[in-house]
Ligand binder design. Sequence first.
Ligand SMILES: NC(=O)c1ccc[n+]([C@@H]2O[C@H](COP(=O)([O-])OP(=O)(O)OC[C@H]3O[C@@H](n4cnc5c(N)ncnc54)[C@H](OP(=O)(O)O)[C@@H]3O)[C@@H](O)[C@H]2O)c1
Length: 250
Amino acid sequence: MRLVVAGGTGVVGRHVVAQARAAGHDVVPLSRSTGQDVVSGDGLAAALAGADAVIDVTSVASTSTRTAVGFFRRATTHLLAAGQAALVPHHVALSIVGIDDETSGYYAGKVEQERLVAAGPLPWTLLRATQFHEFVPQLVQRTSVGPFVVVPAMRTATVAAAEVAGALVALAAGPPRGRATDLGGPEEAELADQVRRFLTATGERRRALRVPLPGPLRRRLRAGVLVPGPGADRGRQTFAEWLSQAPKLS
Ligand SMILES: NC(=O)c1ccc[n+]([C@@H]2O[C@H](COP(=O)([O-])OP(=O)(O)OC[C@H]3O[C@@H](n4cnc5c(N)ncnc54)[C@H](OP(=O)(O)O)[C@@H]3O)[C@@H](O)[C@H]2O)c1
């Protein structure tokens, strides 16, 4: 199959590209660094020509509601329009467990993406996963303030990005399913504890500062809204196993 991977250079996108190629698919990675832009739409028509499925794993590193909603609205609208023009029969998107009803921050952007995909012109599959193990170093890089890493107080069940990628490739190779079964990691933890373990394991001197988020999201995060329910699929690799191979921050 010809699979287009939008965001194919990202944390999960790299795994999607590698695993799709290993499975024998003809893979077209798409990102700004390869000359396409999902926000402007530039280069999408050529990239999607002849595709059997598009896997959207693009992202924007922002907690601003305006930025996140704007990014996911434009990206999804352009990818769906280009997919419709190219007669792509399957649009696969990756979202996040437990984001229903979020109206602010990054998660509001994901809610908008889900809405557009479900209402859009292409047959679709939407996989919701929990935060990746790799989310921990992403957070360290994005929320460090001097010697501190600011970590939202929240329960998580992180999963290996490689396992999420495997699920996406399998879904893209099958028929459109609508909402797929949620995918979470094998165990539950407090995110700040995982950040501390990562900092220790990689010899970082920064300290994790656990901070309750403002607003109604605070209560939901503390209650574990981002942890998958009993019907979810579970990845196998634990955070400790992933950590034993995790690269140091550059
Ligand atoms: N990280 C997590 O823990 C997690 C958990 C569950 C679900 N997810 C979802 O998984 C998806 C991917 O997340 P990630 O953490 O792997 O993202 P990431 O590492 O930040 O990668 C983002 C990708 O999007 C591309 N991109 C950004 N802006 C673009 C643009 N204007 N046009 C084309 N490509 C663009 C980037 O490449 P260029 O910069 O070269 O353009 C990169 O390949 C997101 O939808 C996210 O919500 C993430």
